[in-house]
Write a protein that binds this ligand. Structure first.
Ligand SMILES: [Fe+2]
Length: 143
């Protein structure tokens, strides 16, 4: 898939940067949609809480990766570091499953406004980006 370890690490670094940019705007959007439509759709409050927890968890994890898995290296230095990063991935995956369930599989209800649809589209993209990144990383961490 990659020409060398450096290009793999560079790709992962760019993916981390994309996540750092795409995640933060989703939280205020979720809060706004929950504020406007929460009475009509009680799951929106849960979506907001789970997204907040996910954002915190992913941000911590990305910081940890920057530290343990810098771009100059093909992977974390030690087995213990790899175990820590893989455990993070398990937690993030569980949060994503919960988020997707709370968000109705990211399928907007018929009455959803533009903001609600934009939120679900953003969450679905985030879900896909995170899963792909963790898949790529787990392959490297296991090899
Ligand atoms: Fe990761």
């Amino acid at each position: 898939m990659y020409e060398n370890a450096r290009s793999a690490a560079q790709d992962l670094r760019e993916r981390r940067q994309t996540l750092r940019e795409s995640l933060p705007p989703l939280l205020p959007l979720a809060q706004k949609v929950a504020r406007v439509h929460g009475a009509h759709d009680p799951y929106l409050e849960k979506v907001t809480v789970l997204l907040g927890a996910l954002a915190e968890r992913v941000t911590d994890h990305l910081d940890r990766e920057d530290l343990l898995w810098p771009v100059e290296r093909s992977g974390p230095a030690g087995t213990a570091d790899a175990v820590i990063l893989k455990a993070d991935h398990v937690e993030v995956r569980m949060l994503l499953y919960e988020l997707r369930a709370a968000a109705g599989g990211y399928v907007p209800p018929d009455w959803a406004c533009g903001s609600y649809r934009r939120l679900l589209y953003g969450l679905e993209r985030l879900h896909a980006e995170l899963f792909l990144q963790m898949e790529i990383e787990n392959q490297t961490l296991s090899s």
